[in-house]
Write a protein that binds this ligand. Structure first.
Ligand SMILES: [Zn+2]
Length: 188
């Protein structure tokens, strides 16, 4: 989706670095765009353009994640594509909230709350419930170009829930213009 979720998190990370805080960004290995960085894009004249970029570590296992989150020097952890992490991320974050309750330690999770069928991605409702602050970013519906868009419209591919894609595979749509790919026809 193009609602600038990642751009906002990258700005948080850069601001923390300016304050000389230790910052780490991570992303799951599942994402096919598993490059060692996260990048935000802006849509200009209908095409996505790279905007902000930040180095990121790819995390493959629960043990690896636990090692990162327990680092007492780490003050900000940015988790990109949070929806693609397995459910173990929930108990790990809950434990970190407890273990590091006296530290100046913050986790920013960027992720989609709903899949293309409007079903919640497994870890996201629990992560949102545990969060001190939840910010739902919206874009402009790319179909009607009028209403706020917060749903993911799949445009091609199969029926799997986890099908990482890019511009052309998905677009942001409003409640009126969204339809479930593979089940119904667009209404506009
Ligand atoms: Zn619309």
């Amino acid at each position: 989706m193009f609602a600038d979720k990642t751009g906002s998190a990258i700005q948080d990370a850069k601001n923390a670095q300016y304050r000389n805080e230790r910052v780490l960004a991570i992303r799951p290995a599942l994402d096919r765009h598993s490059e060692p960085f996260i990048i935000s894009r802006r849509v200009i004249n209908g095409k996505p353009r790279p905007d902000l970029k930040f180095p990121a570590r790819i995390v493959r296992t629960r043990a690896e994640f636990r090692g990162i989150i327990r680092d007492p020097m780490l003050s900000l952890l940015v988790i990109e594509e949070g929806q693609f992490f397995p459910h173990w991320i929930v108990p790990e974050l809950r434990e970190a909230q407890h273990v590091r309750r006296r530290d100046k330690f913050k986790v920013v999770v960027v992720g989609l709350n709903l899949d293309y069928r409007l079903r919640p991605y497994d870890p996201m409702p629990a992560i949102m419930a545990m969060a001190d602050k939840v910010k739902i970013h919206t874009g402009v519906c790319m179909c009607c170009k009028r209403r706020k868009g917060r749903y993911t419209q799949r445009l091609q591919g199969g029926a799997a829930q986890n099908q990482p894609g890019d511009f052309g595979d998905y677009e942001v749509r409003c409640r009126v213009c969204h339809y479930i790919f593979g089940e119904a026809s667009p209404t506009t």
